[in-house]
Design a protein around this ligand. Sequence first.
Ligand SMILES: Cc1ncc(COP(=O)(O)O)c(C=O)c1O
Length: 399
Amino acid sequence: MKDIAVRMTGVPASETLSIAAKVQELKKQGKDVISFTVGEPDFDTPSHIKAAAVEAIEQGFTKYTPGAGIPELRKAVSERIEQDYGLHYDWHQAVVTNGSKQGIYNFFQVVLNPGDEVIIPSPYWVSYPAMVRLAQGKPIFLKTTLKEQFKITPQKLKKAISKRTKIFILNSPSNPTGAFYDPAELEALAEVLEDQNIWILSDDAYAGIVFDGKTFWSIAKYSKKIFQKTFILGTVSKSYAMTGWRVGFVLGPQPKIMEAIEVIQSQSTSGVNSIAQRAALKALTASQDTVKAMVKEFELRRNVALKVISEIPGVRFFTPQGAFYIFADFSSYYGKKYRGQNIKGSIALCEYLLNTGHVALMPGVYFGDDHYLRLSFSLDIQKIETGLERLAQSLKQLE
Ligand SMILES: Cc1ncc(COP(=O)(O)O)c(C=O)c1O
């Protein structure tokens, strides 16, 4: 008898979480590491949100909650989406999940049959392929390049669609690239999808973090047909600096699928932590000023980081228009050596930078492109400058 089920084949542990753990380990050993690896805001959860959680505890709001979430929060989710997106969902069409990660996982579990294909624009968020494989689906990667600003075109999308295509994943703003689709670009993709029998998974984790005066626009707004095909995956993690609270949500117009998502959740994790749900309720219903302030600060940091990176020779990059990552091409350093050690690719370069410069970046290979490194600007400006200076110095030592 084999110990491990077949469905685990080829499913790695989350690489991004394991690198973050390595950095923590070095810091514990007293090493002064500057980490550009974090996938979360460095800001603290705003105090009014924390206060709502304390109040929930003091009121004894500490028991099981319904599998799909407390009705107040489901209503708050649909109202926020109405305000921010201009889309109407009945509150029964919103299910609260343990972070949007569980929402995405549940969605794959309930719609994918073995061998069903999921189109994933690449570079991609690391968890998509793993979660598709866990649901016995088949990831189909749609490569994008820096020249294309990491965005797929309608032509490319059309070509990737087959009889087995079940889901198309859209993630704008994107992790890891910061690519952001304008309404016209989304309309062009929607036109391709309108008459296809394909679900659209709109991963809107970073919808609240958009720069350069742009506003988020949802593909679900394109037409009634597209609305019927789209599932919105949202979260309080990033916009409200609440990654550890684990509250996300799914919104969808298809009752059967939403019910199935609720079933899988009620038979696995049950409803999300009651206290965290009260905190999320506060986050969504209170003034959104803290979000605006955070986005402003992120934009400032992005500009500082880009300015410094642009002075490092041989690095090519793209200006991210949302989220808090820069995805930069460092491949001109591959093949170089340090004390006889060859820098073969993004993992080797990240190891070298961590060991010699005490600066941590995320290898691009984890996101589907080995030429790149991902750099999160979720740290204060002084650290960004010092960290990038160390990065530049370390690169200079390569021969
Ligand atoms: C693109 C994307 N989607 C979804 C998530 C999941 O976030 P959470 O489960 O905290 O809501 C993340 C987290 O890093 C992400 O980057």
